[in-house]
Design a protein around this ligand. Structure first.
Ligand SMILES: Nc1ncnc2c1ncn2[C@@H]1O[C@H](COP(=O)(O)OP(=O)(O)O)[C@@H](O)[C@H]1O
Ligand SMILES: CC(C)(COP(=O)(O)O)[C@@H](O)C(=O)NCCC(=O)O
Length: 318
């Protein structure tokens, strides 16, 4: 669920209620719980609307919001506000939504895949027995995907398959090596399993994203969603996939506030729906690393991006 940071409180003896804007599945799932435990109503906003509103806002309002990431190097992209649209927004949450954005409030969800963040977390939990997403991510950082992935070189005696543009180190078949011996799951290190899984899923998302960009002639692909978490290997793999499939023509771009798109869009919907009732009288700081948990890569990246930066948001109170 994406919850915005503003709490609106209406003082009225006959209708005393507080509500916050929320979006995503959790806005439905936890609605009763919020009401029961906190006396707060969740006002549901459409998830795709919020994602696009949040992304458009960030890309226009925040300097250095978007960056490319390849071989551990990030490079900020200067966005010309007059030349932002159209673009493809790929949001990786539990599943993956691919949205063609043509302007403010103008968008179409053109594709998606059920192989997303939930797949990594779910399959990873089963295969490695780890207890948290952060643990799984940390495992992947230390793993080697070559233990389980079958490379082109494994099939072609260490050679490239140059005729079709595949180097010997390209993955021919994710997890394909597991068939070639009598190993059981326990014979593999959880680190290697997690690494192959992350690579398989990130690669697949990068590939589908590029094919959709190609389908609609979109120059830019922005990747967001809570799955990314500023994790270097995730971003590297997505970037390599886009680079590979586009033959170097396209570049994956990532968003600094990748996990907040929906929450930000929900927050901004106060303005869309009830501006007349609202007045700005307070401000809060949203830390940029709030989506990062304990992931060391992510924290490092955020440190690289900006040690102390926070985002200024208004809280509305009636
Ligand atoms: N600390 C975390 N706990 C669980 N999942 C996390 C965590 N950090 C990142 N994720 C990833 O985020 C995904 C959920 O993303 P989110 O945008 O919250 O989706 P949803 O709207 O479906 O809840 C998970 O499937 C997982 O891949
Ligand atoms: C249903 C969803 C929009 C929900 O968003 P999420 O909570 O995963 O961020 C998303 O999971 C999704 O787009 N799934 C992929 C479905 C598909 O196109 O196959």
């Amino acid at each position: 669920m994406k919850v915005n940071s503003g709490l609106q409180h209406q003082e009225n003896p006959t209708n005393d209620r507080s509500f916050i804007k929320a979006t995503g599945g959790g806005a439905y799932k936890f609605s009763d719980l919020f009401k029961e435990k906190l006396g707060i109503s969740l006002e549901k906003e459409d998830e795709m609307d919020c994602l696009v509103t949040g992304a458009n806002f960030l890309l226009k309002a925040v300097n250095h919001e978007a960056f490319t990431y390849l071989n551990g190097q990030k490079e900020f992209v200067q966005i010309d506000h007059n030349d932002l649209y159209p673009y493809l927004l790929v949001n990786i949450g539990s599943g993956v939504s691919m949205v063609k954005v043509d302007g403010d409030g103008k968008f179409e969800r053109v594709s998606g895949t059920s192989v997303g963040g939930g797949t990594f977390w779910g399959l990873g939990k089963l295969l490695t027995k780890c207890q948290s997403f952060d643990e799984l991510l940390e495992l992947s950082r230390r793993g080697n995907n070559r233990v389980l992935d079958m490379l082109v070189g494994d099939i072609y005696g260490g050679m490239d398959y140059s005729k079709i543009g595949l180097s010997s180190t390209a993955i021919a078949s994710s997890f394909g090596r597991a068939i070639s011996n009598n190993n059981e799951l326990d014979d593999y290190k959880p680190e290697d399993v997690s690494r192959s899984l992350l690579r398989m899923i990130s690669n697949n998302i990068g590939q589908i994203a590029y094919l959709n960009a190609l389908r609609f002639g979109l120059k830019r692909i922005f990747f967001g969603g809570f799955f990314i978490r500023g994790h270097s290997y995730t971003m590297d793999t997505i970037s390599v996939a886009v680079h590979f499939w586009s033959k170097g023509e396209a570049k994956a771009m990532f968003l600094r506030h990748e996990g907040f798109l929906g929450a930000l869009g929900a927050f901004m919907s106060y303005e869309r729906h009830s501006l007349d009732d609202l007045m700005t009288n307070q401000s809060v700081q949203i830390p940029v690393d709030a989506s990062c948990g304990t992931d060391t890569n992510c924290n490092q990246l955020e440190r690289d991006l900006n040690e102390t930066e926070s985002m200024q948001c208004s809280v509305y109170q009636a």
